[in-house]
Design a protein around this ligand. Structure first.
Ligand code: AHR
Length: 497
């Protein structure tokens, strides 16, 4: 087994939009209460936000965070979460069947995001509500003053508008589980009309319309086509959501699942372009992959959760090493589509299917998936290049012709850096790679980071981080020729400066 590659700085795909390293905080489980916010915790700041969690979020350099849902937003009254805290109602939260205390709402979250160094991507409720609640919310968050909702914000202690630029028109409206689930026609119409009203309030915003909740949805890709046909004028992005799991314990198939993600992206992109052609439009719709991750470990435990409690431990997947490899491959897939995938949100960020976990009144710690996410976010900024890679391939139960190696490369002329991300999916063998990098004259090998472990099922815990990267990867660079030995089942980050 061996692989060959040519990487040239002129083979550009597109500039990477840093928002592909976004994430997501939903009012769900312990994401907000007991996650980012825990007033009694020794690390809590003056607003009750955990400083240790903020530090880990900043370590990931998350540029944008989607909020407040997810499924939760489809029955959410945003007005419940603003104003004097002791007057905020406790509500039945229908999506996850818990109690929402509303201690944290729009203003607090905007403050938290600022502390985290991130922008907010705000979702409006198109389940139980619609145009009116959405236009009021954007007047509240973005209008400077002198009107009912903007003055109300000021009276709540926020003199300056939050100026939220990116908005989601509802969440997973194609899903029968969604409160206020809609047919493509119903959704396309309300998306268009809500978007129109929101852009009248603030024309500088960008709008994301719902697409399909996953590739198995019976309405995929008709949902995207009808929605865009009806809402093309107002919408800037179409959203994609996808979670994977290794339910049959078949690592060879599991690690290939980003091929499904690649197919999803290609199909949605073609659907957007079909509607563009149909409308004779000059406008191009971009892709917002605003929910993606591994999600399956916690499914059984979640069935045993008592309904109508506050912040129960829902969706608390503990990720193993193979999950980190698939997460790495999914990030590589985004980089390969940098010309159309302009936003993506790892779902989610803290405690709920998350790279960061917390113990109540205790530690914050890093899951295995933290590392590929962090490496991509830190080093994957610049221009995504197209590596010409010839990799040996394999067949699994679910996929054929799976390249053992997944690869993406990002070049930052500004920082004089090149980073090559590679996943080796081979379960038993390392793969030697020879790469021609002669177009990067004067560059030298800075480091070769590796995330590897003998046990695919190894996990991190609050007590021990078993799966952590090291910088002893085997690479040499001589006269523009890179020679690397890529360990079996490994995530590799090869950096040139
Ligand atoms: O991220 C968890 C849930 O997954 C979200 O609330 C929903 O949008 C999706 O089904």
């Amino acid at each position: 087994l061996q692989a060959k590659m040519v990487l040239d700085k002129n083979y550009e795909i597109a500039k990477v939009d840093e928002r592909i390293y976004g994430s997501f905080i939903e009012h769900l489980g312990r994401a907000v209460y007991g996650g980012i916010y825990e007033p009694g915790h020794p690390q809590a700041d003056e607003q009750g936000f955990r400083k240790d969690v903020l530090e880990l979020v900043r370590e990931l350099r998350v540029p944008i965070v989607r909020y407040p849902g997810g499924n939760m937003v489809s029955a959410y009254n945003w007005e419940d979460g603003v104003g004097p805290e002791d007057e905020r109602p406790r509500r039945l939260e229908l999506a996850w069947r818990t109690i929402e205390t509303n201690e944290v709402g729009t203003n607090e979250f905007a403050d938290w995001a600022k502390k985290a160094g991130a922008d907010v991507m705000m979702a409006v409720n198109l389940g139980t509500r619609g145009i009116d609640a959405a236009r009021n919310l954007i007047e509240y968050t973005n209008h400077p003053g002198g009107t009912y909702w903007s003055e109300l914000r000021k009276s709540h202690g926020y003199d300056h508008p939050h100026n939220i630029k990116t908005w989601c028109l509802g969440n997973e409206m194609d899903g029968p589980w969604q409160v206020g689930h809609k047919t493509p026609y119903e959704y396309g119409r309300i998306a268009e009309e809500t978007g129109k009203a929101m852009k009248l309030v603030d024309p500088s915003i960008e709008l994301v319309a719902c697409g399909s909740s996953n590739t198995d949805m019976p309405t995929f890709p008709e949902y995207e086509a009808t929605t865009l046909d009806l809402a093309y004028e107002q919408v800037d992005f179409i959203s994609l959501h996808q979670y994977y799991g290794n339910r049959t314990n078949d690592p060879a198939s599991y690690l290939a699942k980003n091929m499904d993600m690649d197919h999803f992206i290609r199909t949605v992109r073609s659907t957007c372009d079909y509607i563009k052609a149909k409308k004779r439009s000059k406008k191009t719709i971009n892709l917002s992959f605003d929910e993606w991750n591994v999600w399956y470990h916690s499914n059984e435990a979640d069935k045993r959760i008592e309904p109508w409690t506050v912040a129960p431990p829902q969706l608390e997947d503990v990720y193993n090493f193979e999950d980190a490899l698939l997460v790495g491959s999914m990030l590589i897939t985004f980089l390969q589509h940098a010309d159309r995938v302009k936003m993506a949100c790892m779902a989610q960020l803290v405690n709920v299917i998350a790279p960061i976990m917390t113990e109540n009144n205790g530690k914050a710690w890093k899951q295995t998936i933290f590392y590929p996410y962090m490496h991509a976010s830190l080093f994957g900024r610049g221009v995504s290049l197209k590596p010409v890679l010839s990799s040996p391939k394999y067949d699994s139960k679910e996929f054929t012709d799976v390249p053992y190696l997944d690869c993406a490369a990002v070049y930052s002329e500004e920082n004089k850096e090149v980073t090559i991300f590679i996943v080796n999916k081979n379960l038993t063998d390392s793969i030697p790679l020879t790469a021609d990098l002669r177009s990067f004259e004067g560059y030298h090998l800075a480091e070769h980071l590796v995330l590897a472990h003998d046990d695919l099922k190894a996990v991190n815990t609050a007590v021990k981080e078993e799966v952590v990267p090291h910088s002893k990867g085997q690479s040499t660079l001589e006269e523009g020729i890179l020679k690397s030995n890529l360990e079996k089942t490994s995530w590799n980050v090869i950096r040139l400066k």
